[in-house]
Ligand binder design. Structure first.
Ligand SMILES: Cc1cc2nc3c(=O)[nH]c(=O)nc-3n(C[C@H](O)[C@H](O)[C@H](O)COP(=O)(O)OP(=O)(O)OC[C@H]3O[C@@H](n4cnc5c(N)ncnc54)[C@H](O)[C@@H]3O)c2cc1C
Length: 332
């Protein structure tokens, strides 16, 4: 059942038409629980509040299914604009980007040029740029481009997904690169990724420990309290400096733990997604954990005063699915 739910929501996240329609119709379906706002100005208050609690942020100006050069250039310029604002307002933030948003599916050189433009400004303002890891189809290219960019910039890193069999070797090859370690959010084939949660978790733990014994900064990105507790003990046992790692969690998830970890003296960073292109991100979060659907349903169905609302998530998803179906029929 959990696998079916996961496949259903991953399927929705991959649907270009649903993404486009969701963008047109604006924030719906309870997305605001996990997506902080529709533009940078609407999230500045959130960033400042987190910073005042000792929590840093990584910002993701959401964007998926970029196939036109103009869209990638717009995304690049928005990111550059955001870098100026982070600098001017002295926000404790770095930036997460997706190479597909910057034109990876259009052309490698085009994408690399967009990254150069971003990194030039980020470098000047000493802001770190993290390249999110996407579906495996983009994996090799992402690592190649990272290596190319690192010839010129050291303020760029990426993400390693512990569900991949290759994660250990890839992480070893990136020994000197700042890395975010995650379990992996996409549906991948068993020929390249561990199918079982036990193996993914075990690999995550082993890789995190290996990184912690090295000297390069690592972001341990998980909401899994068992992993976090074990790693906290590991760090104490091995006298590992808290300055070589941080915990990262997504905006809207286990918020109480963000504060607890920051207050306990760990570096903590909240990943803040924002923008109008929220649908794919939101569906992947629903795919990850069936309970997230309940959380959203509660928010969507009920007001704070526990009164029933009118915009249920199921109706929203159904409406979008229907739209997709009608559009498909119309095209035939
Ligand atoms: C900051 C950040 C950045 C990410 N970037 C990427 C990326 O670039 N590429 C990519 O592929 N993936 C990325 N991910 C997603 C990641 O790969 C996982 O899909 C996602 O984090 C779910 O795995 P998990 O370890 O958090 O917890 P899970 O494996 O989903 O859950 C483990 C256990 O933790 C507890 N738990 C988890 N969530 C909650 C909750 N909300 N409330 C209460 N208990 C909970 C439950 O007991 C659960 O059984 C990112 C995740 C984070 C946090």
């Amino acid at each position: 059942m959990a696998n079916l739910t996961r496949d259903f929501f991953i399927g929705l996240s991959n649907n270009k038409l649903l993404n486009t329609n969701a963008k047109k119709y604006g924030f719906r379906l309870g997305a605001e629980k996990f997506v902080a706002g529709t533009n940078f100005d609407s999230i500045i208050g959130i960033i400042k509040d987190l910073n005042s609690e000792g929590i840093s942020c990584t910002l993701d100006n959401l964007g998926e299914f970029v196939t036109e050069k103009s869209e990638a250039i717009e995304a690049r310029d928005d990111i550059i604009d955001m870098l100026y604002k982070i600098h001017e307002q002295r926000l404790d933030c770095h930036v997460s980007v997706k190479l597909t948003q910057l034109g990876l599916d259009i052309g490698d050189d085009f994408c690399i040029n967009n990254m150069h433009a971003i990194l030039k400004v980020a470098n000047r303002f000493e802001i770190f740029i993290n390249i999110d890891m996407e579906k495996h189809i983009h994996y090799g290219k992402t690592l190649e481009i990272l290596n190319e960019l690192r010839k010129e910039y050291d303020n760029v890193g990426t993400v390693i997904q512990s569900y991949l069999y290759s994660a250990e070797d890839d992480l070893a090859a990136l020994e000197d690169v700042r890395i975010r370690l995650v379990k992996g959010a996409y549906k991948e084939d068993a020929s390249i990724a561990y199918p079982s949660k036990e193996d993914i978790d075990r690999n995550f733990m082993e890789l995190a420990k290996k990184r912690l014994l090295g000297n390069t900064f690592t972001s341990i990105a998980t909401h899994d309290h068992n992993i976090i507790e074990e790693l906290k003990s590991f760090v104490d046992e091995h006298n590992i400096s808290r300055d070589i790692f941080e915990f990262q969690m997504l905006y809207g998830f286990r918020t109480e733990m963000h504060n607890e970890l920051a207050q306990a003296g760990y570096h903590f960073c909240t990943y803040i997604p924002f923008g109008s292109d929220w649908f794919g991100y939101f569906m992947r979060r629903l795919a990850e954990r069936p309970q997230n659907i309940n959380l959203v349903l509660k928010d969507v169905f009920y007001t704070k005063g526990n009164k029933l609302k009118k915009e249920p998530v199921i109706a929203g998803v159904a409406a979008l699915s229907l739209l997709m179906y009608v559009n498909k029929k119309r095209k035939k």
